[in-house]
Design a protein around this ligand. Structure first.
Ligand SMILES: Nc1nc2c(c(=O)[nH]1)N[C@@H](CNc1ccc(C(=O)N[C@@H](CCC(=O)N[C@@H](CCC(=O)N[C@@H](CCC(=O)O)C(=O)O)C(=O)O)C(=O)O)cc1)CN2
Ligand code: MET
Ligand SMILES: [Zn+2]
Length: 758
C-alpha cells in the first residue's frame, strides 16, 4: 500500500512566506528573492514528507497567495480589467488580481470562504468573452523539480467541477457553458503531468456538498475526457470535508483510477458501503488523519478500519492519507515549548501528521511499531480521563438552560422605543470595531509579552491609543463610537486567552488569506470565564466621551469556528459553554454603562455543514448560542452583531432569528448584491450594509458612498438603515482610514438633508 498527505501548509513554520510577501509588496524584497524563498519552502516541505517515510510528496499545492487563484491563472482565466498578455501572467498581474491595484483603480477579485474553513480563496470570475488556454505551467515545473531532487511527486489540482462551482459568471452568464473549454486545458496539463508521476490528485470537495443541477452530468462527461488524457498515470478523485452520500455513485462511476474519502468527518457513510461497491480497478485512498485539527489520531481505531478495508480490497489498491490538506493545521509541534506537557502530548501538527500516516502504513504492513502504537494508546487514554478537560459546574449550568434565557424581555418594536434614549439621528454612523493595528501597537504588545515592557507601561500605551481613537471619531463626527480594539492580538485569540479551557501555541499559525495568518486557540477542556474580559477598556473609552461607546465582543459561534476544538464533546455543547461565558460578559458591560453592545459573528455562515440537509440542525444551536449570549440585557440596551466574508442570503432567516437590534454586514465588494434578498425577505430590525470595502487601501468617494446608501434605501426602510464600513479597520493604514471615514460621514450627513423628521 502507499501513503501520502493531500498537501502541506505553505506559509512556513516561522511564517517565512508571509514575511517575504509583505517585504516584496513593500518593495524591500526583489522578485528573485521572493522566488527563492518560495522554492526553499517547497523543497523543505517535500523533504519533510519524504523523511517521514511517505510514498509521495505533494507538488503544485504551494501558492504565493491562493491555490484557486493559481488555478485561474493556469487556465488563463484572468478578467479583462487586469489587462494580462497572452504571453504569460507575471507577478504584478497576479498580485493585482489578489489585492487590487495599488493606485486604487482596479478592484481585486472577490474573496470568500473555502468551504467550511477559515481559509479564503479568490472567486474565479468568468465573462462570456473569456478564452482559456494553458497559461501557467507552474505545477509541471514544480513536479519536474521534485523529480530532480529525487522525490516521487504527486501533483495536486483543484478539479474542474469544484473550480466552476466556486466561480461566478459575469451578470447572468452561466459558467457551466465553459466547462468544455476548461476541460480541454485540464486535459492538456494532465497529459503533461502524467509522464512524470503515478498519481495526479484532483480535488473535488464539492462532491461532498450540494451540486448545481447541471454538475452531475457535466462531471461524468468531463471525467471521461480527463481519464482519456491521463495516460499511464492515475487520477485520484479527491473528496473531503464531508461524506459523499448521494454523490457516491457519481464518484464511483467517474472512471478514475482512485478515489479519496475523508473518514474523519463523523457523519460519513459507513466506509463499508463504499468498499462494497468500489469498482475492481479503482484504488481507495482513506483519510484517517485529520488535516484540519490538531489532535493525535486514535491509531487503534484507525488501524482496525484499515485492516478491514485491506482484507477486502487488498494492499495494492489501498492508499493511506490525511483527511484533507494539512494546510489547515499549524506546521510543527516541535516548535511549541510552552504548552503544558500533558496537553501537548495529545497533539499533532502537519509534520506530525505525516508521521502518523506513515505509522499507519508501517503498522499495517507488519513493521514492528508496537512501542509507538502503545504510546499512542496511552496518550489517548490519558486524554479521555484527564481532569483538565472536565468541569462539573459548567456542565450543570449548560444543562440548566431555560427558555427565558433565550429571549429578550420584549420584541424589537418595543425595544426600539426603549432605546430612544440613545438619541441617534437618521442614518446613524458607526464603525465595526477595530482601528489600524499599527506596527507600533504590535511592537508594544510583543515587548509586553517578552517582559520588556511592564504591565502598567502596556496599559498606559493602550489607553493612549484608545484616547487617540476616541478623539478622532469625535472629530470625524461619528455617532456611535468604538474603542478601536488596540489591546487585541486577534478577535478570537484575545477572548480565548481570557477564558478557562483554552490553551495557546507560540507558532501555531494557519494561513487565513494571502499573507494573513491566524493562530487559533485550542479548546481542550470545558470553557468558562475567569473574570471580566473587556470591561476595563470599555469603561475607559466611555469615560472619554458623551457619545455612546459600543462594548465589543466576539460571539460564541465565531470563537468556536476559529479555534481548534476538542473532538471528545459535541461542537454544539462547546459552543453553549462559550455562550454562557460571554453572557456574563455582556451583563458586566451593561452594568458598567454600555448602552450598546456588539457581538460579532462573522463565522456564522462558515460553520454551516456542506450539505443543505444538515444546515437546520446547525443553525438551530448556533442561533441559540447567540441568544444565550445576548438575551440577558434590558430592553434599553441595544445589541448589535456583525458578519462578513460570506454570502449570507441563504441564511437570512436564521440571522433574523438571532434578534439583534442592529446588524452590520459586508456588502460593498459585491456592490450590494446582498440586498437582493430583501426584495423577498423583510429583515425586521435595523441593518448597516457595509458602504465601503475595507480590504483595499482605496478611498471611496462621498458620491460613491451616497449612491450605495441610496441603493440600500430602496430595499430597507430608511429609518432602519445604519451607515458603516464592511468590516473592522485593523488591516488598514491611518491615512486611508481617515479619508474614507470622512467621506462616509459626509455621505451620511448629505443623505440626512430632507429627512429631519425621522
Ligand atoms: N481568527 C480570525 N479569523 C478571521 C479573521 C480574524 O480577524 N480573526 N478575519 C477574517 C480573515 N481576516 C484576517 C484579517 C487579518 C488578519 C491578521 O491581521 N493577522 C495578523 C496576525 C494577527 C495577530 O495575531 N497578531 C498578533 C501577533 C503579531 C505578530 O505577528 N507579531 C510578530 C512581531 C510583530 C512586530 O514586530 O511587528 C511576532 O510575534 O513575530 C498581535 O498583534 O499581537 C497577520 O497575519 O499579520 C488575519 C485574518 C476571517 N477570519
Ligand atoms: C472579521 S469581523 C471583525 C470584527 C471586529 N470587531 C473588528 O472590527 O475587527
Ligand atoms: Zn468583519
Amino acid at each position: 500500500m502507499k501513503t501520502h498527505v493531500l498537501g502541506f501548509p505553505r506559509i512556513g513554520a516561522r511564517r517565512e512566506l508571509k514575511k517575504a510577501l509583505e517585504d516584496y509588496w513593500a518593495g524591500s524584497l526583489s522578485p528573485q528573492d521572493l522566488i527563492s524563498v518560495s522554492n526553499s519552502l517547497k523543497e523543505r516541505h517535500w523533504k519533510i514528507q519524504k523523511d517521514s517515510g511517505l510514498s509521495y510528496v505533494a507538488t503544485g499545492d504551494f501558492s504565493l497567495y491562493d491555490h484557486v487563484l493559481d488555478t485561474s491563472v493556469m487556465l488563463g482565466a484572468v478578467p479583462e480589467r487586469y489587462g494580462a498578455k497572452a504571453s504569460g501572467i507575471g507577478p504584478d498581474t497576479y498580485f493585482q488580481m489578489a489585492r487590487g491595484d495599488v493606485g486604487g483603480n482596479i478592484a481585486a477579485m472577490e474573496m470568500t470562504k473555502w468551504f467550511n474553513t477559515n481559509y479564503h480563496y479568490l472567486v474565479p470570475e468568468i465573462s462570456p468573452a473569456q478564452r482559456f488556454s494553458l497559461s501557467s505551467p507552474a505545477i509541471v515545473k514544480d513536479t519536474r523539480r521534485a523529480i530532480e531532487l529525487g522525490y516521487l511527486p504527486k501533483p495536486v489540482l483543484v478539479g474542474p467541477i469544484t473550480y466552476l462551482s466556486l466561480a461566478k459568471g459575469e451578470g447572468s452568464f452561466n459558467v457551466w457553458e465553459r466547462i468544455e473549454d476548461i476541460t480541454d486545458v485540464y486535459a492538456e496539463v494532465i497529459a503533461e503531468l502524467s509522464t512524470l508521476c503515478d498519481w495526479i490528485q484532483i480535488d473535488e470537495p464539492v462532491l461532498c456538498g450540494d451540486l448545481a443541477p447541471e454538475a452531475p452530468w457535466r462531471f461524468l462527461e468531463t471525467y471521461v475526457k480527463l481519464n482519456q488524457a491521463v495516460g499511464k498515470a492515475g487520477l485520484l478523485l479527491t473528496t473531503y470535508f464531508d461524506s459523499l452520500d448521494e454523490h457516491l455513485d457519481l464518484a464511483l462511476s467517474s472512471g478514475c483510477a482512485g478515489l479519496h474519502i475523508d473518514l474523519t468527518c463523523g457523519r460519513n457513510d459507513p466506509y463499508d458501503r463504499i468498499v462494497e461497491r468500489l469498482p475492481e480497478d479503482m484504488s481507495l485512498s482513506v483519510g484517517l488523519v485529520d488535516g484540519r485539527n490538531i489532535w493525535k489520531t486514535d491509531m487503534t481505531k484507525a488501524l482496525s478500519v484499515l485492516r478491514d478495508i485491506e482484507k477486502r480490497i487488498g494492499p495494492d489498491r489501498l492508499l493511506i492519507a490525511s483527511s484533507c490538506s494539512p494546510m489547515h493545521s499549524p506546521v510543527d509541534l516541535n516548535l511549541e515549548t510552552k504548552l503544558k506537557p500533558e496537553i501537548r502530548s495529545w497533539m499533532a501538527f502537519a509534520v506530525q501528521k505525516c508521521e502518523e500516516v506513515c505509522l499507519l502504513g508501517d503498522a499495517l504492513s507488519g513493521k514492528n511499531r508496537d512501542e509507538t502504537l502503545r504510546a499512542n494508546a496511552e496518550v489517548l487514554e490519558s486524554r479521555l480521563s484527564s481532569p483538565l478537560a472536565k468541569n462539573e459546574a459548567i456542565r450543570e449550568r449548560c444543562a440548566g438552560i431555560s427558555e427565558d434565557m433565550l429571549h429578550r424581555k420584549s420584541p424589537y418594536r418595543e425595544r426600539k422605543k426603549a432605546q430612544s434614549w440613545l438619541d441617534l439621528p437618521i442614518f446613524p454612523t458607526t464603525t465595526i470595531g477595530s482601528f489600524p493595528q499599527t506596527p507600533e501597537i504590535r511592537k508594544n504588545r510583543l515587548l509586553f509579552k517578552r517582559g520588556e515592557l511592564s504591565r502598567d507601561g502596556y496599559k498606559f500605551f493602550i489607553e493612549k491609543e484608545i484616547h487617540k481613537v476616541v478623539k478622532i471619531q469625535e472629530e470625524l463626527g461619528l455617532d456611535v463610537l468604538v474603542h478601536g480594539e488596540p489591546e487585541r492580538n486577534d478577535m478570537v485569540e484575545y477572548f480565548g486567552e481570557r477564558m478557562g479551557g483554552f490553551c495557546f501555541t507560540d507558532n501555531g499559525w494557519v494561513q487565513s488569506y494571502g499573507s494573513r495568518c491566524v493562530k487559533p486557540p485550542v479548546i481542550y477542556g470545558d470553557v468558562f470565564r475567569r473574570a471580566p474580559m473587556t470591561v476595563r477598556e470599555f469603561s475607559f473609552a466611555q469615560s472619554l466621551t458623551s457619545k455612546p461607546m459600543k462594548g465589543m465582543l466576539t460571539g460564541p459561534v465565531t470563537v468556536l469556528c476559529w479555534s481548534f476544538v476538542r473532538d471528545d464533546l459535541d461542537r454544539s455543547e462547546v459552543c453553549r459553554q462559550i455562550a454562557f461565558a460571554l453572557r456574563d460578559e455582556v451583563l458586566d458591560l451593561e452594568r458598567s454603562g454600555a448602552k450598546i453592545i456588539q457581538i460579532d459573528e462573522p463565522a456564522l455562515r462558515e460553520g454551516l455543514p456542506l450539505k443543505g440537509r444538515d444546515a437546520e440542525a446547525y443553525l438551530r444551536w448556533a442561533v441559540e448560542a447567540f441568544r444565550i449570549t445576548s438575551s440577558g440585557v434590558d430592553d434599553e440596551t441595544q445589541i448589535h452583531t456583525h458578519m462578513c466574508y460570506s454570502e449570507f442570503n441563504a441564511i437570512i432567516q436564521s440571522i433574523a432569528e438571532m434578534d439583534a437590534d442592529v446588524i452590520s454586514i459586508e456588502s460593498s465588494r459585491s456592490r450590494m448584491e446582498l440586498l437582493d434578498v430583501f426584495r423577498v425577505f423583510e429583515y425586521p430590525n435595523e441593518i448597516g450594509p457595509g458602504v465601503y470595502d475595507i480590504h483595499s487601501p482605496r478611498v471611496p468617494t462621498e458620491a460613491e458612498i451616497m449612491k450605495l446608501i441610496q441603493r440600500a434605501a430602496e430595499y430597507i426602510p430608511k429609518e432602519r438603515l445604519w451607515i458603516n464600513p464592511d468590516c473592522g479597520l485593523k488591516t488598514r493604514g491611518w491615512e486611508e482610514t481617515l479619508k474614507s471615514l470622512k467621506n462616509m460621514v459626509a455621505a451620511a450627513k448629505a443623505m440626512r438633508i430632507g429627512h429631519q423628521d425621522f
